[in-house]
Design a protein around this ligand. Structure first.
Ligand code: SF4
Length: 495
């Protein structure tokens, strides 16, 4: 399919709206000159903003599968880029909806954080009805998603009442190793099954501990105190009990963790969970753990390369409960190739029956770097009735008293849906809210970690990136430590 976007600066937003309707499509980007030269015949979408007579003329035309539609609008010249881009997105949505019949429940909202928008409207003083009117009128969001976004914002308001201290931060520790690689994975996580990666781990832990010590000195100079700690990756429990304890002790000895109220370690892969590891992390302060089945269907687990069984998940979950963590989370995925609505319902019901404190419902997102980005698996996933699946999950979770408390969207999600964190009241993960709503500085350590510095008062946000792969993390280690000056510079500008 050909796309003509003029000016090309609008490419990112406009392409995101087109992808709602044609998620599997590859696009050729043409210029208006190419059109004048007749470099197309059909399957083309044209989106244009042009200044004429003191006005911005906005024009969308599409010719898809032999059907054509167009929409035109105008705006005052000084309406601003953002308004024009949104208006073009609305026209485009109308045109493509007319040609394909597809409806997106999030309308033209294609960004990662729809709840952030709702929180901003609440801050402006708008009530639920006004927010719903704006979301549905300006962005074409369905009534169901308006209610979901509003409920999520309400949970956050309840959880964040006490959070006001700008010196509070969170720590993120990246452990980019897994026992094997899942087919849908787009993380940099490396399979520790082979000797090459296994050999990297001891050196990685050495350097990670050095980075922890170095960074702790900076945060102490700045008077910053961790409020939450989060080990992600990868699967942190790929490491041995002794390795995990070494990292946890390094954190405890170098940061002031007396104010930490939530300490999460992801143990996503049940095949990495042992009683020794769980006891060790619990004794060293871990309060929240994540054990993830993704599905309760063995044949699907095999198809997605998870290398563990449903029974292994049940065993790991029961072990986590017996060890006595305050909060246990489980992740499941809607839209896996080979699943069915009935199959997914069984997974939802089976997980709810276990009564974990948190249930995170992901919708499959087809990332370029994942193995399922091959046409066969991709098409099988795209034809999944993910909307029906997630609707059932929401219905059942509300029924059993869970509430949505964080929500985010990714590119290329099946049915343009979302990931939702559900929680029993009082078990919401503060870390997940901080990171999704960009409310607190997250100091991130390890390969592929990205520190996010947040200055809420002045609406400033800055990222400081670490090197991605463990091998580059090692090669550029000193250079990376040097980059941490940016943390001090950021806080100096803030004062
Ligand atoms: S467990 Fe998670 S991080 Fe590890 S390979 Fe699977 S999807 Fe990727």
């Amino acid at each position: 399919m050909k796309l003509v976007i003029s000016p090309i600066e609008l490419k990112y937003e406009i392409e995101a709206v087109v992808k709602i309707f044609f998620p599997a499509e590859r696009f050729d980007f043409l210029s208006e000159d190419d059109i004048r030269k007749g470099a197309f015949d059909n399957d083309i979408i044209l989106v244009r903003k042009r200044s004429l007579g003191g006005k911005a003329l906005l024009y969308v035309y599409a010719d898809v599968d032999g059907k054509r539609a167009r929409k035109v609008s105008s705006a005052a010249e000084n309406s601003g880029e953002r308004y024009c881009c949104e208006e073009l997105s609305r026209l485009l949505y109308g045109v493509l909806n007319a040609l394909t019949g597809i409806i997106s429940e999030w309308g033209i909202l294609t960004g990662v954080r729809p709840v952030k928008r709702v929180n901003a409207m609440i801050k402006e003083g708008l009530d639920k009805k006004e927010i719903t009117d704006r979301l549905s009128g300006e962005y074409f969001v369905s009534a169901k998603k308006c209610a979901l976004a509003f409920d999520t914002a309400a949970s956050q308001e309840r959880c964040l009442k006490e959070f006001e201290d700008e010196k509070d931060i969170s720590l993120y520790i990246s452990i980019p190793f897994c026992p094997s690689r899942c087919s849908y994975c787009s993380f940099i996580s490396q399979s520790a099954a082979g000797d090459t990666v296994k050999k990297l781990i001891p050196k990685y832990i050495e350097e990670l501990c050095e980075e922890i010590k170095y960074t702790a000195q900076i945060t102490q100079r700045l008077g910053l105190r961790p409020k939450t700690v989060y080990f992600g990756g990868g699967t942190p429990t790929t490491l041995s009990a002794a390795q995990l304890v070494r990292i946890m002790k390094t954190i405890a000895e170098n940061f002031d963790i007396s104010g930490v109220s939530e300490y999460t370690i992801e143990a996503g892969r049940p095949d990495t969970v042992t009683a020794e590891k769980l006891h060790a992390i619990k004794e060293n302060g871990c309060t929240r753990i994540s054990v993830n089945p993704q599905t309760l269907d063995n044949s699907l687990l095999e198809r997605i390369g998870r290398a563990h069984t449903v029974q292994q998940f049940y065993d790991a979950f029961e072990l986590a409960r017996a060890v006595g963590f305050e909060t246990i989370n489980t992740d499941i995925i809607a839209g896996l190739a080979g699943d069915s609505v009935e199959g997914f319902k069984k997974t939802v019901d089976g997980i709810i029956a276990l009564r974990p404190n948190n249930i995170t419902v992901h919708t499959l997102s087809i990332k370029r770097s994942s193995r399922i980005n091959s046409s066969l698996e991709k098409n099988a996933a795209l034809s999944q009735p993910a909307r029906e699946m997630t609707d059932y999950a929401s219905y059942a979770l509300y029924e059993y008293g869970y509430k949505p408390y964080y929500l985010y969207r990714q590119k290329n999600m099946v049915d343009n849906l979302e990931n939702i964190g559900w929680s029993e009241e009082g078990h919401e993960s503060l870390y997940n809210i901080y990171i999704m709503e960009e409310l607190q500085t997250i100091i991130a350590l390890g390969a592929a970690a990205s520190t996010k510095l947040v200055d809420r008062k002045n609406s400033r946000l800055k990222r400081v990136f670490n090197y991605k792969y463990p091998i580059d993390y090692d090669r550029n280690f000193r250079l990376m430590l040097d980059r941490k000056k940016e943390i001090e510079n950021f806080y100096a500008e803030k004062e």
